[in-house]
Design a protein around this ligand. Sequence first.
Ligand code: COA
Length: 176
Amino acid sequence: MDLNGPTLPPRTVAQSQSEMTELILPNDTNTLHNLLGGRLMNFIDLVGAMAAYRHARSHVVTASMEHIDFIAPVHVGDLLILKSSLNRAFRTSMEVGVKVWVENTLIGTHHHVASAYLTFVAVDTQGRRVPVPPLQTETDEEKRRFEDAGRRREAREVEARRRHIPKFEPASPVKR
Ligand SMILES: CC(C)(COP(=O)(O)OP(=O)(O)OC[C@H]1O[C@@H](n2cnc3c(N)ncnc32)[C@H](O)[C@@H]1OP(=O)(O)O)[C@@H](O)C(=O)NCCC(=O)NCCS
């Protein structure tokens, strides 16, 4: 398949923005009754995938999750609010930003507890990569995120070349 086309109609950021709310229960927590980091990453992956699905209107797989900042602990009984938004669409991949807050259910205030950037790749039912629609930015904030996502992609590519990351190469034989 031609991964550069056919040209798909652009979609706005607002068309794929997603939100998820979770009540933190004891099963999600560690011995200090705080939310497990891995469970939070699971929620971040899910809400990020929702935005990617809505933008691509196809299956998506998580290619990477990076720059996760765990800013403050989340406690059992907290109401977690997660919001995801497309930062940029490339050829078959999309960078999604996720921001997480805890809502104080008694007074209705929110405080920021985590942020992350994820890259999803659109695939068909056979797992073959498919092109995604271009992203149409509207606000100054969306335009800034779009530019920042381009810079992060360049930095990732430089780093991958520097580290010579071998992709899907057969494992070397085990030495005895
Ligand atoms: C993600 C995946 C589809 C990429 O396939 P690939 O054959 O390596 O493809 P390429 O290297 O040509 O990259 C394809 C696109 O993904 C992007 N990409 C690949 N690896 C990436 C990474 N680690 N981080 C960010 N983007 C990445 C490339 O930039 C490219 O984007 P573009 O088409 O928009 O230009 C493949 O590595 C895969 O299937 N991984 C497993 C996914 C999965 O199972 N996720 C759940 C984890 S449990």
